[in-house]
Design a protein around this ligand. Structure first.
Ligand code: 0PR
Length: 373
């Protein structure tokens, strides 16, 4: 830090230079985050000093957190679920697997995810010293249930199903996984970090949540399709006793125990998540998802018109296109200001149709895609 002071105005102007280097979301197809809803921004600011690491000091914010958990639980068919608002999908996944590992206590524990699992599971493997086994995918990029079953052994502590995969937006066969988990007495964690605020609002019904009796825990993030501020991830357990496996004594705090991974943690984004949920309601979210899905279908149709097909028929608002010369095409799109990403296997141009994408943006993207392919 420099010795000399700097006037507030000068600091702000100085920071504007950095701010200007950030990408606005307008032409971003590579992100699972979006602009937070204006009400979330306002409320985030108001609750900026809240620390849920010491909930006794911030009793009001702690009450809000309980409500957010209850509402996410209700969306996921279990209003009595217990949990907390994490920093995001990574923390939720870590904590869910930690609870599973601690509750079963195998000597060399392993978990089974699919090849399309988010890289947070590689972090989990390292952090928790749990072997992460990867099941094969079927043609539709879903976990192949027979491959999942073949990987189970006496050291398996959990199965993981993904509802809204990072790369393809696909939904694993969670019903079959639930049956398998019950047969083998295993924990079943559902990673719906992205899909949690999408799947309940789709026209087609999918079984993926606590309505299935084998589902033990779910990740569902307000800071992705929940339109809230960062950091806000949801971690929910079916029953109270599951979360007890995460308990740490905190003798000198206002509460005696803690279940979160971080100590000091933001109450601002929790209050913000509550505000958006309260404001939009189920109807508001449904409208947002319907709009994203309309645009998703439009993208597939318009791409088809220029001879480009999706690798799978989109299930959620993620489209992966089979484009010629993938890396070069992506580079050319980038030069025209488009941020896209790619899938690993099979390789394709990955586009996430978040709420910041408009029909106009989509059409001009297709025009550019036509030009560069
Ligand atoms: N589980 C799934 C299914 C995910 O898609 C993600 C993140 C996570 C867990 C981890 O969530 P956190 O990042 O909240 O810890 N999916 C996006 C991804 O890795 C996250 C993302 C968001 C990436 C915005 C880029 C970006 O600009 O692609």
């Amino acid at each position: 830090m420099k010795e000399a002071e700097m006037e507030e105005e000068e600091v702000l102007t100085h920071l504007d230079e950095f701010y200007a280097k950030n990408t606005s979301y307008k032409r971003v197809f590579s992100s699972m985050c979006t602009y937070p809803h204006p009400i979330a921004v306002k409320v985030h600011h108001k609750f900026i000093a809240s620390n849920l690491g010491d909930p006794g000091l911030f009793a009001g914010t702690a009450e809000i957190e309980k409500r957010v958990v209850r509402w996410i639980g209700t969306m996921l068919h279990n209003p009595n679920a217990t949990g907390y608002i994490t920093t995001g999908g990574t923390e939720s996944n870590i904590q869910a697997i930690r609870a599973a590992r601690n509750s079963i206590g195998a000597k060399n524990p392993n978990i089974i995810v699919s090849e399309s699992a988010h890289f947070s599971f590689d972090k989990i493997s390292d952090l928790l010293q749990v072997e992460v086994r990867k099941a094969e995918l079927d043609e539709e990029m879903r976990a192949d249930i027979s491959s999942v079953e073949s990987l189970i052994d006496s050291n398996t502590v959990a199965l993981v199903g993904i509802a809204g995969t990072t790369e393809f937006g696909q939904i694993d066969p969670i019903r079959e996984m639930s049956t398998l988990a019950e047969e083998h007495n295993l924990f079943l964690h559902v990673d719906a970090a992205f899909g949690g605020f999408v799947i309940p609002f789709l026209e087609r019904r999918y079984d993926f949540d606590f309505a299935l009796s084998g589902v033990t825990s779910i990740t569902s993030d307000p800071h992705k399709m929940g339109f809230s501020t960062i950091p806000a991830g949801g971690l929910l357990f079916r029953e109270d006793h599951h979360i007890h496996h995460l308990q740490t004594e905190t003798p000198y705090l206002t509460r005696r125990t803690q279940h979160s991974l971080s100590g000091t943690r933001s109450g601002a984004s929790v209050a913000a998540a509550y505000a958006v949920m309260r404001h939009l309601g189920m109807k508001g979210y449904k409208k947002i998802v319907e709009n994203c899905m309309d645009l998703t279908r439009r993208l597939v149709q318009r791409a088809g018109e220029i001879g480009i097909q999706p690798i799978i028929e989109p299930v959620t608002n993620v489209v992966v296109l089979d484009v010629p010369e993938l890396n070069e095409t992506r580079e050319r799109l980038h030069k025209r200001g488009w941020m896209t990403s790619i899938t690993r296997k099979p390789p394709g141009l990955r586009l996430v149709i978040m709420p910041h994408i408009t029909e106009e943006t989509l059409d001009s993207f297709i025009d550019d895609l036509k030009r560069v392919t």
